[in-house]
Design a protein around this ligand. Structure first.
Ligand code: ADP
Ligand code: MG
Length: 366
């Protein structure tokens, strides 16, 4: 039987759902293990702190949760462990790069530039590690532009800048990283030292990109294996941002062709090559733009509140009515992925795990 590890956090949580259980938004790990057993797998639930990196985990599939903790301290530890697992040859799902891009728009954009160069060129995203780097940069292209902190969800740290002055003002606030002592010391050095090269007090990374004009909302597509769940999100009133508006529509796709949207989502998620993807997609009346992608630990409302999903059958999109069983859909996606992505034979060089994504090497369906 194939062993599969499920790594949970210090509160015993794994991913999230729209349901809360004892005030924790977690998938039901018991249901996940039951589903896997029925599929002939041998699941083992382990807390990150109990993970034994000395064990031979070559080729072992590992599912793991992520974290959006304030300051991302806990997430940084998860990143250490997952990278170590990947180096050890475990089949981490999704690969480390996608964990790094979770709750980190700067990394997500860096990956996007590799995976979707044409899309990326249209938005001309520039990322910055300090406010000072932005202040020293002349940006091309039209205004307004969109500014995003690396962290944050539900549009909290996404803003519009109508001109350079507004951009610098907002970027200064978004990137502020200093605490009182650091600022006092640094200002002292700047005053007293003769040759002092100023250290930035604005080191929260962020990005600037073109604004897709005229959007009234965006589309959320959740792909779980072969199931595609869709919804349209209208912008908040008088705002350019849709994420977090809560104004959701599962039926009316606001003028976009549903099949074209599904084709685009399929192409994007095939390129990502992971069994689970959450996509934010914009449609400008002519073409689709990928605004955001996440491959783990994303919100699941799109699936859980749906009345059914879309699936490609014999080349055409079909809608299947179904009340979503989120753990069931999750496990089916993972089992399907394992069926088509078997790890290489043990003994392969442990420091060069095979890439889990490639636009050219992946099958078009899981
Ligand atoms: N480049 C852009 N052009 C136009 N609207 C955008 C752009 N980027 C983001 N938005 C809008 O802002 C919202 C939030 O952006 P997003 O990057 O998805 O951040 P969050 O993680 O907060 O959801 C999106 O739902 C979309 O409506
Ligand atoms: Mg978003």
């Amino acid at each position: 039987m194939t062993r599969i590890l499920i790594l949970t956090d210090y509160r015993g949580t794994f991913y999230s759902t729209a349901r809360t259980r004892h005030r924790l938004c977690t998938m039901d790990v018991d249901r996940i293990t039951a589903h896997f057993r029925r599929a002939g797998l041998e699941p083992e639930v382990v807390r990150f702190a109990d993970l034994d990196l000395n064990e031979d985990l070559r080729g072992v599939p590992v599912l793991y949760t992520s974290s959006e903790d304030h300051g991302l301290h806990y997430k940084s530890w998860i990143e250490d462990l997952v990278l170590a697992l990947e180096i050890a040859g475990a089949q981490v799902i999704p690969g480390y790069r996608y964990l790094r891009a979770h709750h980190n728009k700067v990394m997500m954009e860096a990956l996007r530039a590799q995976l979707f160069p044409d899309d990326t060129r249209l938005l001309r995203t520039r990322t910055f590690g300090t406010y000072e780097e932005l202040a020293a940069t002349e940006l091309d292209g039209p205004w307004p532009k969109v500014l995003k902190s690396a962290y944050g969800a539900g549009s909290q740290s996404v803003a519009r800048a109508r001109n350079r002055k507004e951009l610098l003002h907002t970027a200064r606030t978004l990137s502020d990283s200093h605490d009182g002592t650091e600022a006092v010391r640094e200002h002292g050095r700047r005053l007293l030292r003769r040759y002092h090269h100023a250290r930035s007090l604005h080191r929260q990374k962020f990005l600037v990109q073109e604004m897709v004009p005229g959007l009234a909302g965006d589309y959320k597509v959740l792909r779980m294996g072969e199931r595609y769940y869709l919804l349209y999100r209208r912008n908040r009133p008088g705002d350019f941002r849709a994420s977090g508006s809560g104004d959701l529509d599962y039926l009316d796709m606001a003028g976009a062709d549903r099949e074209a949207l599904l084709d685009y989502a399929e192409q994007v998620s095939d390129t990502l090559g992971t069994p689970l993807t959450s996509l934010d997609i914009a449609f400008d009346g002519d073409r689709f733009h990928l605004i955001e992608f996440q491959c783990l630990h994303f919100g699941t409302v799109t699936a859980e509140k749906s009345t059914g999903y879309h699936i490609r059958l014999d080349g055409t999109w079909q809608h299947v009515e179904e009340r979503c069983d989120i753990e069931g859909a999750f496990c089916e996606a993972i089992v399907g992925h394992l069926g088509t992505h078997r790890p290489g034979p043990p003994g392969r060089s442990p420091v060069t795990p095979a890439p889990t994504w490639s636009a050219t090497s992946l099958p078009s369906t899981y």
